[in-house]
Ligand binder design. Sequence first.
Ligand code: DC
Length: 221
Amino acid sequence: MSSEGAVRSVAIDGPAGAGKSTLARALADHLGLDRLDTGAMYRSVAWSALRRGVDLAHDDEVAALARGLTIEITAGAADTVTVDGVDATAAIRTPAVDACVSLVAANPAVRAELVARQRAWVAAHGGGVVEGRDIGTVVMPDAQLKVYLTASSDVRAGRRAAERGDDGVSEVAAALDRRDSLDSSRPVSPLPDPAAAPGVIVVDSTGKSADEVLKEVLSWL
Ligand code: DC
């Protein structure tokens, strides 16, 4: 594989709570690349639909909404997200959005719109570290480094609960499992299995620190 200095494009896929954002930050810092969290884009569409009272079952209306939205994600120590000029940084991470974002992500026309924007972002940034669910398969199939990051269900739920300051790990685990199975095994527009992308490195972060995961990934370069 390529040496570190030559790596310009990194795809990170995996389920919620696997540690994708932490790894994406560390890799972007280490390699000197820009970073894009594509989950925040699907969340922005879901939040906007809830806010405007658009029925999520109406695929065409949700897609039209997505096409018209201005979504600005500023990567930083804490990423900020604005949607049509309104700060949605915290609002896109609420349980209300968690509960409906899978439906938005299953809408093929929404995916087409957001994938086009993500590819445009990659072209404008000359590569980058991009995290999501279909990055190594659809958005950036030519990425020089593709990582599929996973972790046990308990670990993923524990991380998500800690992020939210929530004590109910078992409830979080159930909600995450539900969302992951909606995301990965839905009958409508199922995603290609990112763990099976050609050249993908599968990394299990269970029981590993962020630093250990970074070292493991870098050892493949
Ligand atoms: O990574 P996350 O939890 O912020 O993602 C939010 C939702 O968007 C989740 O249900 C999966 C979906 N998603 C997707 O379908 N494709 C992507 N590239 C990124 C996220």
